[in-house]
Design a protein around this ligand. Structure first.
Ligand code: SAM
Length: 449
């Protein structure tokens, strides 16, 4: 693939991700496979696509400072400027003159002469004058929003909920790449043996913090390893691994996973149960049920029965007090996984947080009667927001006096989490900057009567 083709591909991918037609990691993976992109170009493509999305608002601030007449730019022109400026300001892989030349060539081809001279002029101005100094922005939240490219509503919510310093660290951390984690299928291989084998094959790996099944991948493409291809490993963030650890499901129990696709946690729970007992796994979307089934089959786990169903209607198919354990890994705004899916921060709106928190409470209310007395229920989300996390739990407890937060949950947390700043009386909020995990919330409820 020529440099010009590569840059056109990058521009097309960015436009697709920005229009919310696919998560960045899936769009990038598909493009690499489809276009048979070589490893060197693969690195640049991934870096520029992720980096441009991650820094979109910062780049827009730079672009707007060079535009005197406030005219609306075509989407592709703005995106071309963003990706070019991203490379000029944040990368040193390609010289500025080459970046500008490629951008002008693309602008000539996609637009008209006026467009290419506009692109040329703006990028040359940026090259000569440098980008504007953001430290001069007066408002703390606006400055943090521009410098770390998070919409102001998110910054304002986080500052109100967690304070300025925590918010600043979180926004800065969200610009980094996270270290990938995988879970070992213990019925197939021991973690120590997997670590030894992967190390001998040149991977940089080490045990993860919160689960005896977790491995952190610091170097190497684990998707290409034999262990992954043989179904001995599943990709899962360390925070998500905590869920099955804390659910305390045992062999022969009957478990409900109310929002299960793609099945990451259901399969982990099945492993914890030594593939004995039963897990009823549901998801609202019929097409996602196959993802659960495929994941279970890939890991040779047979106790998961997956079906499509709105978790709010499960009382129509299951009797009261049917389950020893229930997991509600609820649909959420996803503000905890911005590092891996940067587009989330631009696509989600504050109204989504309000809408989702109502659905989360409805799901909890609907599945609660299905839990046996003394049974345990985990509520979790991959978001950082009190309205969807602590407040949902509090509202649920207030309305259901037969449920309580299980105090044993806090004692059973891994030692490294015992002093976490995210522990409140409602549960545990993990922040991405604290342990390198996704932003994630979980708590455990117990049914008393
Ligand atoms: C956070 S994801 C679950 C991830 C999954 N537990 C795992 O570990 O792989 C939330 C899931 O809830 C599903 N969902 C959304 N609304 C639902 C509802 N009303 N009932 C059941 N599932 C729902 C979504 O389709 C999505 O797959």
């Amino acid at each position: 693939m020529s440099d010009k083709q590569l840059r056109n591909t990058i521009l097309d991918l960015l436009l697709r991700i920005d229009k919310d037609t696919g998560f960045s990691h899936l769009v990038i993976d598909n493009a690499i496979k489809k276009n048979k992109i070589n490893p060197k170009d693969e690195g640049l493509l991934t870096e520029v696509v992720y980096g441009t999305m991650q820094r979109k608002l910062t780049l827009d601030y730079y672009i707007d400072s060079f535009i005197t007449q406030k005219k609306k730019l075509d989407d592709w022109v703005r995106m071309l400027l963003r990706m070019s400026l991203y490379q000029m300001v944040f990368l040193d892989k390609v010289p500025d003159h080459a970046i500008i030349h490629e951008a002008v060539e693309i602008a000539k081809k996609r637009g008209h002469k006026g467009t290419s001279s506009f692109v040329n002029g703006l990028l040359r101005n940026a090259q000569r004058q440098g980008v504007p100094d953001t430290s001069k922005i007066n408002s703390d939240t606006k400055r943090l929003s521009v410098e770390t490219s998070h919409p102001e509503w998110i910054v304002e919510r986080w500052v109100a909920e967690y304070g300025y310093e925590t918010t600043k660290k979180m926004c800065e951390e969200n610009l980094n790449r996270k270290v990938m984690a995988v879970r070992v299928q213990p019925l197939k291989i021991k973690r120590d043996d997997a670590i030894e084998l992967l190390t001998s094959q040149g991977f940089g790996v080490k045990p993860s913090l919160f689960s005896e099944q977790g491995i952190l991948i610091e170097q190497g493409n684990i998707l290409k390893s034999d262990l992954f291809k043989d179904g001995c490993l599943t990709i899962q963030d360390q925070s998500s691994m905590l869920v099955a650890e804390m659910l305390r499901a045992e062999p022969e129990m009957v478990v409900l996973d109310a929002c299960s696709a793609p099945g990451g946690k259901a399969t982990h729970i099945a492993e914890k149960m030594h593939n004995m007992g039963s897990i009823h796994a549901y998801d609202l979307h019929k097409k996602k049920v196959k993802l659960i089934q495929d994941k279970a089959a890939g890991l040779t786990l047979s106790i998961i029965n997956a079906d499509a169903m709105d978790a709010r209607k499960l009382q129509s198919v299951h009797k009261e007090e049917s389950f020893d354990r229930i997991l509600v890994d609820a649909p959420c705004s996803g503000l905890g996984v911005i590092r891996g899916k940067p587009e989330i921060k631009y696509h989600k709106q504050e109204s989504d947080v309000h809408r989702l928190s109502s659905i989360q409470l409805e799901i909890l209310e609907s599945v609660a009667p299905l839990l046996k007395i003394n049974g345990l229920l985990i509520y979790s989300t991959c978001t950082v927001d009190m309205e969807e996390n602590e407040n949902v739990v509090q509202r649920f407890i207030e309305g259901n006096e037969n449920f309580d937060i299980d105090s044993a949950f806090f004692k059973e947390l891994p030692e490294s989490l015992q002093a976490s700043q995210g522990i409140t009386e409602m549960g545990l909020q993990l922040f991405p900057q604290d342990y390198g995990t996704d932003g994630f919330f979980l708590t455990r409820l117990i049914r008393k009567k």
